[in-house]
Write a protein that binds this ligand. Sequence first.
Ligand code: PGA
Length: 262
Amino acid sequence: MSARKPYVGGNWKMNLNGSQAVDLASKLADGFTAGDQAQATVFPAFPYLEKVGQALTAKNSAIQLGAQDFYHQPNGAFTGEVSLDMLKDVGASVVLIGHSERRHVIGENDILINEKVLASLEAGMEVILCIGEKIEQREANQTDAINTGQLGYGLAGVSGEQMAKVTIAYEPVWAIGTGKTATSQDAQNTHQAVRRALAFLYNDGVANATRIQYGGSCKPTNAAELFAQADIDGGLIGGAALKPEDFLAILQTAAESAGVPA
Ligand code: PGA
């Protein structure tokens, strides 16, 4: 049985207006009562972080507030960017780093991603570091090489102690927002390879303690099978995180998977 607490993130991406975001947050706060069994974070767009945080706090919710991105410098001439202190100031305690849309649509590279990981840990934030292969890389049998490479670059300079604040999200790029999910066995195989890589980079203790979320068209209908895999410790959810009933069902599945022998 895994001692890792299941962890589910809701990545709202560039969706919802302010009142929709607050409405979703309050419905999730009302419905999520399994904070002891599972950890949950939502990632609204920047302009609504504070409002969403207030809606969660007003209901004493265990759901944490996270940001989809930030810039790693503390302040200065970085037009358009947002610092970690600014995020902390509006109540965010978690950051997403290296999401495939930031890697492949916006153009972030492993060096920037590593700078972001180091800066956020230095600032005391929790980190979800996303990794994942593209379809052509999977077809060329490079899945493990790509994922362990992104893992090693992303975590360069991160100590074993700091890993207590790091969660990995494995998100095959071809499965994100496409309705195509990796089979639970394919996902498990990659999660196992990522955990082995963590043991190589650190040690067995760190590898066994680090949560690895699955992301990519995870929904209420496939969450149970995915979360039942030995090395899958929850999910990073996009589309299904925008519907309160779907996200709550996934959270419930994660909470139930906590006691499942793996
Ligand atoms: P999806 O997105 O659930 O819509 O596939 C997952 C993600 O991008 O984190």
